[in-house]
Design a protein around this ligand. Structure first.
Ligand SMILES: [Zn+2]
Length: 461
């Protein structure tokens, strides 16, 4: 097993497993954050993609899938295994990611401040479409045999629609080894998604550690949202939420809809600013296996769709996107990327940050080195499009909306194992979170724990 990403950091998830002369990659994520980390997206993998036989995905998030078009362009020709909801999400997210990169490259070319001339996107929309043709659907919850060496059984991880943790059985020289990949783990007792399914056994375990050092705030999400939206609307401001049009958006919509129905917030237009803006509701109706929401015809008739505000505008073109700049009355703008590392949200930040009436609401994890993290940490100025932009808007973090298990939820999931894995590898976390979770696991369970380094290999025997 070789850790090709998310080792000592939260992004770029890629785990290479080799057995019987065959190679399987689990997840194929993009690195996001500081420049030196993002540079890795442009470097070749230490293993030629043409020599990798299969790719298997835990879920659709870009830090687990966003490298796929580049991986295919660099020679990977095998099948990409994922469940139905993950495939459908990737059909939206990968071209969206490519669009954002093309838009950024064009914008940079126009402004002329790039070091590369001409600035190129990491991959194009056409390349993302080519990669999508290699996707093959696997069952949501049944065992799937990839080859004589590898078979996988996915379980609901409760993190986003389609998210799974995986039991991978590796067979080599007649010996079987069970490796569990946690993928990203979700929360317990959430309104839309189900709880993460409990694990039972593993010879080796890879566990995510995003929030390995802390728990999320316990207060009511609805109250926190009502406070932030209410006070922003009262002062005539706009709420900008960095997020993709799928994923966090439906949670926010669910709560906002409830608040609107109970008249706890004023009636506000919502602008979903994405080239791939979609109705999240249709998506949830098609993938009922993944959540516990109920949609009835009655609700549809009286406009009681639990995932849609009364006034939602889907902004697909760049002109649509620009027109939001003219909106001066209170509204909510949701735009990618979620950590403000690129994409259309940067234009909204440039437009709205200098005005103290406005609010930037952070609803997802903000990795070290991203603009989102800088804002969260109280930066007074951020760099956008080569300009220093003053931060006068309110910066609010709604930690309760996190899609990731907090520390005690990770420990709760780990407590499902009935015996100690031979080795537990902690991944997908920043050093503070990794160390804190390692200490908790060693003291609570007495398991051997390793924090692998980037590109480190281990013999799983
Ligand atoms: Zn994720």
């Amino acid at each position: 097993m070789t850790f090709l990403g998310a080792a000592g950091t939260v992004t770029g998830s890629k785990y290479l497993v080799e057995a019987g002369g065959k190679r399987l990659l689990v997840d194929c994520g993009l690195f996001e954050g500081p420049k030196e980390l993002e540079q890795r997206n442009w470097q070749n993998l230490p293993v030629d993609p043409a020599t990798i036989d299969w790719l298997l995905l835990t879920h659709a998030h870009i830090d687990h899938t966003g490298y796929i078009p580049r991986f295919v362009r660099n020679g990977f020709r095998g099948p990409i295994y994922a469940n139905a909801a993950t495939i459908e999400l990737c059909q939206l997210l990968l071209p969206d990611s490519a669009h954002l990169q093309e838009e950024d490259a064009q914008f940079i070319a126009k402004k002329g401040y790039s070091q590369h001339k001409p600035p190129l996107p990491l991959y194009t929309v056409a390349e993302s479409q080519t990669a999508l043709q290699q996707f093959k659907e696997i069952p949501r919850a049944d065992t799937f045999t990839i080859s004589p060496q590898f078979s996988v059984r996915p379980h609901d991880a409760g993190h986003i629609l389609g998210s799974s943790w995986l039991e991978l059985t590796i067979t080599e020289s007649g010996k079987q080894t069970l490796v569990v990949f946690s993928g990203d783990l979700g929360r317990y007792n959430q309104p839309i998604l189900k709880d993460p399914e409990a694990p039972t056994r593993a010879d080796y375990l890879l566990c995510e550690s995003t929030y390995g050092d802390r728990d999320h705030p316990t207060g009511s999400v609805a109250d926190a949202l009502a406070d932030v939206i209410g006070r922003t609307a009262k002062r005539g401001g706009v709420v900008v939420i960095p997020a993709f049009a799928v994923d966090r958006t439906q949670q926010i919509m669910y709560y906002l809809r409830e608040l609107e129905d109970r008249q706890r917030i004023p009636h506000l237009p919502v602008y979903e600013d994405s080239p791939m803006a979609i109705s999240v509701t249709d998506f949830y109706v098609r993938h009922r296996e993944d959540h516990k929401l109920e949609f009835t015809r009655e609700e549809d008739k009286d406009g009681g769709d639990p995932l849609n505000m009364r006034e939602v505008h889907m902004m697909r073109s760049v002109e649509d996107s620009k027109s939001i700049n003219n909106v001066v009355s209170p509204c909510v703008i949701i735009s990618a990327s979620g950590m403000a590392t690129g994409g259309r949200v940067l234009h909204h930040l440039a437009q709205r940050l200098p005005d103290s009436q406005n609010t930037v609401m952070l609803v997802g994890y903000q990795a070290v080195g991203t603009r989102g993290r800088a804002l969260q940490d109280g930066a007074k100025v951020v760099n956008l499009f080569g300009q220093q932009v003053a931060v006068r808007a309110e910066i609010a973090t709604i930690g309760q909306l996190s899609a990731h298990a907090g520390k005690s939820e990770l420990l709760r999931w780990l407590s499902g194992f009935q015996a100690a894995p031979k080795q537990t590898f902690l991944v997908h976390g920043e050093p503070v979170a990794l160390n804190s979770l390692r200490d908790a696991v060693t003291s609570q369970f007495k398991w051997p724990v390793t924090i692998p380094a980037h590109q480190q290999s281990f013999d799983l025997s």
